[in-house]
Design a protein around this ligand. Structure first.
Ligand code: ZN
Length: 73
């Protein structure tokens, strides 16, 4: 089963859940504030990928904050 990432629309808390394929979050609740229907976010591909890559792999530029730094190399 895939792991989906959800963001609570009430408190913006982000959490991951192992879900059935196609799960939309309709029947989930926020583990923090118990609000219903967290919004599913596409994890690991776009918005957060730069941050997670930088944190886990450490092969980004050390001279600047860019994760794709052609200028400093
Ligand atoms: Zn919440």
């Amino acid at each position: 089963m895939p792991i989906y990432e959800f963001r609570c629309q009430s408190c913006q808390h982000k959490f991951e859940r192992l879900c059935q394929l196609g799960e939309t979050g309709e029947n989930l609740t926020c583990p923090k504030c118990q609000a219903n229907k967290p919004k599913r976010v596409m994890s690991s591909f776009r918005s957060d990928s730069a941050d997670s890559l930088r944190g886990s792999r450490g092969d980004s530029c050390t001279s600047c904050t860019s994760s794709n730094c052609a200028a400093c190399r």
